[in-house]
Design a binder for this molecule. Structure first.
Ligand SMILES: [Fe+2]
Length: 141
């Protein structure tokens, strides 16, 4: 291996060693990602005045079919100009469970319901606005 290639290879390895722990750290604590990928009540980032209209509100109830999760975002549905695109439900490890896509020409309010059967644990919910990005809330079941 030529000296120049060896130095480049060595530098790339050093950079990877510096970056990798940060990626792992971010993945283990998604709350720190707020402002980068999604926003939360505690970390509204550049949308600090938009929490009330974008943070998904979560309501858990027990039905004959099991746990029901109701998600509501207090946001307008002004056609394709400004609306909530969808709600996404994730488990405690941020794995996808279900989603509800909204049609801004038909849906008057961004309201969704999910049947979660006998699920136990933490649920994360994303609400996606076409102008003000993605917001995360969570609850325990
Ligand atoms: Fe919005």
């Amino acid at each position: 291996m030529h000296r120049r290639n060896f130095v480049a290879w060595l530098s790339a390895g050093s950079v990877s060693a510096l970056i990798a722990p940060r990626i792992a750290s971010a993945a283990s604590n998604c709350e720190k990602m707020a402002g980068g990928v999604f926003y939360t009540k505690k970390n509204p980032g550049r949308w600090s005045g938009k929490v009330g209209g974008h943070l998904p509100q979560l309501e858990i109830s027990k039905t004959a079919d099991g746990i029901r999760l109701k998600v509501m975002t207090a946001h307008e549905m002004r056609g394709f100009e400004h609306y909530i695109v969808k709600h996404v439900v994730l488990d405690q490890d941020y794995r996808f469970i279900a989603e509800k896509m909204f049609d801004p020409q038909k849906d008057q309010v961004p309201l969704s319901e999910f049947q979660l059967g006998s699920f136990r644990g933490r649920i994360h919910v994303l609400s996606v606005c076409n102008k003000h990005d993605t917001w995360l809330n969570h609850t325990e079941i």
